[in-house]
Design a protein around this ligand. Structure first.
Ligand code: ADP
Ligand code: ASP
Ligand code: MG
Length: 405
C-alpha cells in the first residue's frame, strides 16, 4: 500500500517532534508500506514569516511573499530527511516545484494545474522516502507559488491521488471531533464522516482538514484519515457516505468568530438595488455569506449580510458610496458577532431540528440575529461572547457529549 503522511505545524514544531515523526515514518516503512511525506512549516513559522514581511514592507509583492513563506516548509523537509537518515531510512527532500506541482500565477493563493509526480515515483521505486514541502509549487511563469494557509493538506491529497494511495493527515488532536475538543471537553471523536458533512463543517469554520483538500479528495475519491501525531491512535476516516447506514441527525457543532455583520439601513425597496450592492462587493472580491432583508416598511428596508472581518473596511467604503447614490439612510458594521452551525446528513429526513436549535438557544438566553440553512446544516449568527455557551448547549441537546466515565 502507498501512504501519503502529512504532518502539520505542531507535529514538527521542534527537534523532538521531528525525531518522533521520523520514527513513525520508519515504522510505517517497516510494515511494508511505501511512504511519501508532506510537511508544514515548523510550529508557528508561517505566522512569523508573515509578521516579518509586514515589518519590512507595505506593498509585499506576491512573488516575494511566496518565496518567503515557502521557505518554512522547505526547512522542515530537509530536517526531517536528516532525522530519517539517522534511522537508516533513505529519504530525499523536495520543494513543491521539484515534486512536480504546476500551478497558476495567483500568488498567495495558487491553484494546482497539474501534478507531474514522476520524480516522486522514481524516488519510491528506488526504495527512498520522498519528503515534500507542503502548500507550494511552481507557476506557469516558473515562479515559486504558495497555495495559501492550510495548503499542505491539499498537497498531500493531490499526491495521494497522483500516486494512487491513501492520505493520512496527522495533527495535534486525534481526529475530527463533534466539536472543537479544545473548547468542549465532552467532544467525541468520530470514527468516520462523509465528504459532504466534512465540507459543511469546513465551510462553517472547522479548521481541520483544510476545505480545499476535502474538496479535492471528494472529487477524486481519495480516502482521508485524520489522526494524531502525538498518540498515533486510529483517527477519523473521511469517505463517501455509506447509504446502507442510518445517518446521525447531527454529526457536529462548529463555531466561527472570523465573520462580521454589515447592515445598510433605509434602503429603497426597489428592484435592482440588491443586485447593484452585491455586484459591487463581488467586484471587490468580498466573499459575502449570509444575507437577510427585512420586511419593507413604508417602501424602505434594511439589508444585512455577513462577511470576513478582514473585509469590513473595504465593504464599509463601498456600501457607504452606494448608500449615498441610492438614498439609503446609513451603513453600520458589527464585528462582535459569531456563527454557530449544526451539521448532519440525517437532518434531510428529520423534521424538528431547527425547532430544537431555537429552543436550546432560547433556554440559554442567546438571541438569534440571522439564520441560514442547507439540506444538512443550520447556522445562526449570535453575539460573539455567547458562542462557547451556544456550542456547549447544542452539543449536549443533540446528544453528542461523550458518556461520562
Ligand atoms: P495543523 O497545524 O496540524 O495543520 P490546525 O492547527 O490547523 O492543524 O488544526 C488543528 C486544530 O483544529 C486542533 O488543535 C483543534 O483545536 C481544532 N479543531 C476545531 N474544531 C475541530 C473539530 N471539530 N475536530 C478536530 N479539531 C478541531
Ligand atoms: N504552513 C502553512 C500554514 O500554516 C501551510 C500549511 O502547512 O498548510 O498555513
Ligand atoms: Mg496548527
Amino acid at each position: 500500500m502507498l501512504v501519503v503522511q502529512k504532518f502539520g505545524g505542531t507535529s514538527v514544531a521542534d527537534p523532538d517532534r521531528i525525531r518522533e515523526v521520523a520514527s513513525q515514518v520508519a515504522r510505517t516503512r517497516k510494515r511494508g508500506d511505501e511512504v511519501v511525506v508532506v510537511v508544514s512549516a515548523m510550529g508557528k513559522e508561517t505566522d512569523e514569516l508573515l509578521h516579518l514581511a509586514a515589518q519590512v514592507s507595505r506593498t509585499r509583492p506576491g512573488r516575494e511573499m511566496d518565496m518567503l513563506i515557502t521557505a518554512g516548509e522547505r526547512k522542515a523537509t530537509a530536517l526531517l530527511c536528516m532525522a530519517l537518515h539517522d534511522r537508516g531510512v533513505p529519504a530525499d527532500s523536495f520543494t513543491g516545484s521539484q515534486a512536480g506541482f504546476l500551478t497558476d500565477t495567483n500568488h498567495m493563493n495558487a491553484k494546482i494545474i497539474e501534478v507531474r509526480a514522476d520524480r516522486i515515483r522514481a524516488a519510491l521505486d528506488a526504495g527512498r522516502v520522498p519528503v515534500v514541502g507542503g502548500s507550494q509549487g511552481v507557476s506557469t511563469e516558473r515562479d515559486v507559488t504558495f497555495f495559501g494557509r492550510g495548503g499542505s493538506d491539499t498537497t498531500a491529497v493531490a499526491l495521494a491521488h497522483a500516486l494512487g494511495g491513501v492520505c493520512e493527515i496527522y495533527t495535534d488532536v486525534s481526529g475530527v471531533f463533534t466539536t472543537d475538543p479544545r473548547v468542549v471537553s465532552t467532544a467525541r471523536r468520530m470514527a468516520s464522516i462523509s465528504y459532504d458533512e466534512m465540507l459543511e463543517m469546513c465551510a462553517c469554520g472547522c479548521p481541520k482538514p483544510a476545505m480545499r483538500a476535502v474538496e479535492f479528495a471528494r472529487t477524486h475519491g481519495v480516502e482521508l484519515h485524520v489522526r494524531s501525531s502525538f498518540t498515533w491512535e486510529p483517527g477519523t476516516w473521511i469517505t463517501e457516505e455509506d447509504p446502507s447506514m442510518e445517518q446521525a441527525i447531527v454529526s457536529g457543532v462548529v463555531s466561527d468568530d472570523s465573520e462580521a455583520k454589515l447592515t445598510i439601513t433605509g434602503v429603497p425597496d426597489q428592484p435592482g438595488i440588491a443586485a447593484r450592492l452585491f455586484r459591487r462587493l463581488a467586484d471587490l472580491d468580498v466573499n459575502v455569506d449570509m444575507i437577510m432583508q427585512n420586511v419593507s416598511d413604508h417602501g424602505k428596508t434594511d439589508i444585512s449580510f455577513t462577511l470576513p472581518t478582514d473585509d469590513v473596511q473595504t465593504a464599509m467604503v463601498a456600501c457607504g458610496d452606494l448608500a449615498a447614490e441610492i438614498g439609503a439612510a446609513g451603513v453600520t458594521s458589527d464585528t462582535d458577532v459569531g456563527r454557530v452551525s449544526l451539521v448532519g446528513a440525517g437532518m434531510k429526513s428529520n423534521p424538528g431540528v431547527a425547532a430544537t436549535v431555537f429552543e436550546t438557544l432560547a433556554k440559554e438566553d442567546v438571541n438569534i440575529e440571522m439564520i441560514s440553512t442547507s439540506a444538512i446544516r443550520i447556522s445562526c449568527v449570535i453575539r460573539m461572547d455567547s458562542l462557547d455557551v451556544a456550542v456547549q448547549a447544542l452539543h449536549t441537546a443533540f446528544g453528542l457529549d461523550v458518556a461520562p466515565t
